[in-house]
Design a protein around this ligand. Sequence first.
Ligand code: PCA
Length: 220
Amino acid sequence: MKALITGFEPYGKYVENPSEVVARTLPEVASRELPGVELVTAVLPVSFRRAKERLLGLLRDEKPHIYLGIGLRPGATHIAIERVAINLADARTPDNDGEQPIDEPIDPEGPAAYFSTLPVKSIVKELRSKGIPAALSNSAGTFLCNYVMYLGLNHSFRYGYPMKSGFIHVPFSQQQVNTVRSDWAGIPPSLTLDTMVKAVVIALKVTIERLSIGDERIAL
Ligand code: PCA
């Protein structure tokens, strides 16, 4: 069983991206917590052009069974398990290369949207049962996070790769939260990096357990 996990580099006014730290920390924790899982991690550039190149290259070369993207959602209060990726790049701010697509389809021939193929509700339920604040989210936005989620799902649906794929948004980390205080009226919500890593490990565990079960009708 092979899983690809990506985080993102810092972008815009955020000098640190907790998703990058999570991607870098995960292999050590996963070697203990997820025995038998071959983990590939990468930190994607916050660039529409380069993130696509890098991600599609990784998906082609590594052929993972699971692809889980992680990104920062500034101001989030919890771990957000994304349910939908839409075929739209509409950037409110330029990416790290200065590119700012407006109203552009990600794949002009692709469907309007994909649902995550991860067991999203089971993941939320399990995270909550472990005391981690988590909720389903029905929009990953229209910037890089939605973009890589769509690209991952498009890769498996359009090109037939048998891969489960989805995305998780994390809030600011407690470790960085004082550096972003000035943007908010008070101190913005945050979680510790440890909690985020734990959440990703749980998401992977639940996905692996559910791969052969496929029971997703859970009321939250
Ligand atoms: N968050 C942004 C892009 C990179 C990141 O970590 C987003 O939510 O699209």
